[in-house]
Design a protein around this ligand. Structure first.
Ligand SMILES: *[C@@H]1O[C@H](CO)[C@@H](O)[C@H](O)[C@H]1NC(C)=O
Ligand SMILES: *[C@@H]1O[C@H](CO)[C@@H](O)[C@H](O)[C@H]1NC(C)=O
Length: 156
C-alpha cells in the first residue's frame, strides 16, 4: 500500500509492451534520481499481450541510458481508475478505450491525460511503434523522456 501523500501515476497504451512500459521505466528512473517517492505502474487497454515482456526493440533503446524495464503486460482494472492520481495515455484510440472503461467505474479518481500534452516540443501523440522499426522505438523513448521530465516538474 502506498504511503499517505505519495503521488501515483499510471501509463497506458494498447498492448503494454511498447510505449507504456518505456514511459513507466523512464519515469521510475527520473523519480529515483530525484529521491522522490511515487507509485508507478502501466497497463494495456487490451488483452493482446497479457503476461508478455516489453518489446525487445524498446528494451534495446533502454540499454544505453541504462534503464531497467521490469514489467509483464497486464490489462487495466477498475481498481486502477480508483487508486491512481494520473492515468497518462499515448494516442486517441487509448482515450476511447479508457473512456469506455472508466464509464463503468463509479469511483474514478484518476485525472486522465495525454502524456504528449506535457511535451515541451508539443508532439502530442506517441505513436504505436508495433509495426515500425528500431528508430520508431527510439522516437518513443525520446518522447517519453521529454514528457516524463516535464510531468515530474509540473507535479513535483
Ligand atoms: C539522491 O540521493 C543520493 C544518495 O543519497 C544523493 O547522492 C543524491 O545527491 C540525491 N539526489 C538528489 C537530487 O537529491
Ligand atoms: C524506419 O521507418 C521510417 C518510416 O516509418 C523511415 O523513415 C526510417 O528511415 C526507417 N529507419 C530505419 C533505420 O530503417
Amino acid at each position: 500500500m502506498a504511503e499517505h501523500g505519495t503521488k501515483s501515476v499510471f501509463f497506458v497504451c494498447l498492448g503494454n509492451v511498447c510505449q507504456s512500459p518505456i514511459a513507466e521505466a523512464v519515469f521510475r528512473k527520473l523519480v529515483n534520481d530525484e529521491n522522490v517517492s511515487w507509485r508507478i505502474d502501466s497497463a494495456a487497454t487490451s488483452t493482446y499481450e497479457v503476461e508478455n515482456p516489453p518489446d525487445y526493440r524498446g528494451q534495446n533503446c533502454m540499454r544505453k541510458p541504462d534503464i531497467l524495464m521490469n514489467h509483464l503486460a497486464r490489462q487495466i482494472t477498475k481498481e486502477d481508475f480508483a487508486t491512481f492520481d494520473y492515468i497518462l495515455y499515448m494516442d486517441k484510440s487509448n482515450l476511447r478505450d479508457l473512456n469506455r472503461k472508466s464509464n463503468q467505474v463509479k469511483n474514478c479518481k484518476s485525472k486522465i491525460e495525454l502524456l504528449g500534452s506535457y511535451d515541451p516540443q508539443e508532439k502530442l501523440i506517441i505513436e504505436d511503434p508495433y509495426y515500425g522499426n528500431d528508430s520508431d522505438l527510439e522516437l518513443v523513448y525520446q518522447q517519453c523522456l521529454r514528457c516524463c521530465k516535464a510531468f515530474l516538474e509540473k507535479t513535483h
